[in-house]
Design a protein around this ligand. Structure first.
Ligand code: ATR
Length: 285
């Protein structure tokens, strides 16, 4: 009899188009590991039952995506400290019927920053645009990595303030501040930061407004986008045209997946190969 396949998956609502099955199947095939990774469309009211099903069926691991990342937290048996800090999970590992919750989104971004862009966050001045779920994980991990200064700006200023308050409560040493979206202070800060990150959804839709005047970008900067569809967002195109280095959102997607794959299998994800495969799937090259 052959190997019993490892069963993995992703829970979300909706779950339409996800690159995760292709990513994990490619990584598993690379290691000659039999893996079945399935998308599960789970409504909010079925989330507790779905988790019980994972335990009962012995599904070894799942990713959690929108809108369940926060709701899943009280439903698991153990939460890793960093994930508890963020208050959201994107990865569950079933260890003999006990579900252990992780969040690999923030660490995935940091890994992409280091490995894909060759940038060390410690001591850097960082501007983060956005205050949603993605921004929260990034904010916590940038603080944990010891950035010198972190500024948040969000279209709805109250959400940036709430995020800053939340982070200061969790990490008392955090030095972060908020600036109004589109204001003069932000325009003055923009050319001075070392790392600029878009954690809003702007850039996904063709009619999206620009995030700011891209003439404010300077060649010494690293400009990062968490949007990966399209891969070259208007922000990254603007940054590239002005001589800045860029980091696209596919890096973070792959690195968060690589961390989950390692948790489930103990094996390294072949990130170069995965990037090639995902680029082809997205219609590039
Ligand atoms: P995610 O979990 O991916 O972060 P989210 O929680 O819905 O998603 O957050 C989306 C982010 O994109 C928010 O920061 C949002 O700003 P608001 O808090 O003001 O809604 C930002 N965003 C979305 N569309 C935007 C737009 N047209 N202009 C400016 N910011 C926008």
């Amino acid at each position: 009899m052959g190997q019993i396949p490892k069963v993995l998956g992703i829970l979300g609502d909706p779950i339409g188009h996800t690159l995760s099955p292709l990513m994990h199947h490619t990584a598993a095939q690379h290691h000659s590991l039999e893996v079945v990774y399935l998308p599960f469309w789970v409504k909010a009211d079925q989330l507790p039952a779905a988790l019980q099903g994972i335990r009962a069926l012995g599904i070894q691991g799942v990713n959690i995506t929108i809108p369940h990342k926060q709701a899943v937290l009280p439903l698991v048996d153990e939460v890793r400290p960093e994930a508890r800090l963020i208050g959201a999970l994107n990865t569950l590992h079933n260890v003999e019927g006990r579900l252990i919750g992780y969040n690999t989104d923030g660490p995935g971004f940091i890994a992409s920053l280091r490995e894909d862009a060759g940038e060390e966050p410690r001591g850097k001045r960082v501007l983060l645009l956005g205050a949603g779920g993605a921004a929260r994980g990034l904010t916590i991990h940038l603080i944990l990595e010891g950035v010198a200064e972190l500024t948040l700006a969000n279209r709805t200023p109250e959400k940036a303030q709430q995020l800053a308050t939340y982070v200061r409560e969790k990490l008392s040493w955090a030095t972060l501040r908020c600036l109004p979206w589109g204001g003069r202070e932000l325009e003055e800060l923009l050319p001075q930061v070392d790392i600029l990150i878009n954690a809003t959804s702007i850039g996904m839709r063709p009619g999206d407004p620009p995030l700011f005047n891209y003439d404010l970008i300077r060649p010494h900067q690293l400009v990062c986008d968490i949007v990966y569809r399209p891969l070259e967002t208007p922000l990254l195109l603007g940054a590239g045209q002005r001589g800045a280095r860029t980091l696209d959102g596919l890096g973070m997607l792959i690195r968060q997946g690589a961390l989950a794959f390692q948790i489930w299998t103990g094996l390294e994800m072949p990130v170069g190969l995965i990037r090639q495969v995902l680029l082809a799937e997205l219609g590039y090259n």
